[in-house]
Design a protein around this ligand. Structure first.
Ligand code: NAP
Ligand code: F7E
Length: 356
């Protein structure tokens, strides 16, 4: 079997590559040309004879269609996206091109040049936006009410997948995935921003060897032993937003399973538990033995969004019943792995080290 992964250099692309290689696939990853190395999540796969990278960009139809035509894949996974919701407010046109036109370029290429290939689209819980069913869950039948340029572009792609399935009979489906995080999560997402900060703070405290002797200023934590040494506080936006957070390696399994069915269908992939950003912070600090974290965090309006999705809570019962998928890793275990990883690897594979 041969699979093409668009968005292979991202968090999910790296885990999905590992999963497919384990299953004996030949994996062709499409990555964008970059002026610096953007394959740090894939370093361990680059010598695998069944793994190859080709340069490409989903916004270029000629490029995408040549790739599909040349490779004649069995399965195509589109994970490529401008995936940062806050960025989509500043870059709405770019986000539209990548997140809405990109999937269309791939779908149309598959239809023309590799009709029997199965297609997976990375849809998102952001498409639900403000909409919640009366029982407090979002599921496949919940109305969509997108709240960002990102969510609107993803919703357009979601409907295109349905149209290609219904109009042309293609095997095309969307996974409506709720937030999923990991040690490889991009550093601008709130989970990783928190775990990186907590880890770096822990390492700083260890260097100081005087954990709770710090003086806490408005913006900085100051070492009492060495007053010239300061550590900036963790600056975040909306701490009350609630998300249904799962673990990325569990979620890529769902992508694969969705393409192994008789018939293509869309599925919600979630944990069924919703927690606030505040909960995430508390648990991350707990792992380094700090209970009183409030003074270490600054709520900074710079990180508020023009429109917010306040509450996400997924019902994954359809996936459980029909394709046998359930989450495996608990929230606490996931946060623990992320914090531990960041404590031990703070200098490795940094994609974007500024805490923005
Ligand atoms: P990610 O880490 O941001 O990865 C996105 C990938 O898309 C990267 O490989 C990126 O390449 C690539 N990409 C961006 N623009 C491209 C273009 N024009 N042409 C080709 N590739 C391009 O995202 P992720 O967390 O792995 O998520 C994977 C997919 O699932 C995304 O579509 C995301 O929107 C969706 N999703 C994610 C979550 C979540 O919680 N993680 C939830 C629901 C849906 P570079 O490395 O060069 O930037
Ligand atoms: O924000 C709040 C923020 O950027 C989560 C993407 O993978 O999941 C992700 O989108 C919440 C929001 O993820 C900061 O306002 C507070 O309410 O980690 P995030 P997201 O927007 O939920 C969905 C399912 C996707 O599809 C997306 O691709 O945290 N928040 N303070 C903050 N968020 C960030 N980034 N930075 C803060 O300082």
């Amino acid at each position: 079997m041969k699979a093409i992964i668009f968005g292979v250099t991202g968090q999910d692309g790296s885990y999905l590559s590992e999963l497919l290689l384990e299953k004996g696939y030949k994996v062709v990853g499409v990555n964008r040309r970059a002026s610096t190395n953007n394959t740090c999540r894939l370093e361990h796969l680059l010598d695998n004879k069944d793994f190859s990278l080709i340069e490409g960009d989903v916004t270029d139809f000629i490029n995408v269609s040549s790739i599909i035509n040349d490779q004649q894949p069995d399965e195509v996974y589109n994970l490529a996206a401008q995936s940062h919701v806050a960025t989509s407010f500043n870059e709405p046109v770019h986000t539209w091109r990548v997140d809405a036109e990109g999937p269309l370029n791939i779908l149309e290429s598959v239809r023309r040049y590799s009709f029997n290939a199965k297609f997976y689209q990375a849809s998102t819980s952001e498409m639900f936006g403000k909409s919640v069913d009366q029982d407090g869950y979002q599921r496949e039948t919940t109305q969509f009410e997108p709240q960002s340029p990102y969510a609107i572009a993803k919703l357009a792609a979601h409907h295109k997948v349905r149209i290609y399935r219904e109009a042309y009979g293609m095997y095309a489906c969307s996974g409506i995935l709720f937030n999923h995080e990991s040690e490889r999560r991009g550093e601008k997402f709130v989970s990783r921003k928190i775990t990186k900060w907590v880890a770096e703070f822990k390492n700083w405290l260890n260097d100081e060897n005087k954990p709770f002797d710090a003086q806490i200023d408005q913006d900085n934590i100051i070492s009492v032993m060495h007053p010239d040494r300061t550590f900036p506080k963790l600056r975040l936006g909306n701490l009350d937003a609630a998300r249904d957070w799962g673990y990325a390696p569990d979620y890529v399994k769902a992508m694969w399973v969705m393409l192994q069915q008789e018939q293509a269908e869309d599925y919600v992939i979630a944990t069924g538990t919703s927690r606030t950003v505040r909960d995430f912070i508390r648990i991350a600090f707990d792992f380094i033995g700090i209970k009183e974290w409030e003074n270490l965090v600054v709520v900074d309006p710079e990180f508020y969004r023009p429109a917010e999705v306040e509450f996400l809570h997924g019902d994954y019962n359809k996936a459980k019943a029909e394709i046998g998928w359930s989450p495996e890793t608990s929230f606490n275990e996931m946060v623990k792995r992320m914090v531990e990883h960041d404590i031990n690897n703070s200098k490795k594979c940094q994609q974007n080290t500024t805490l923005t």
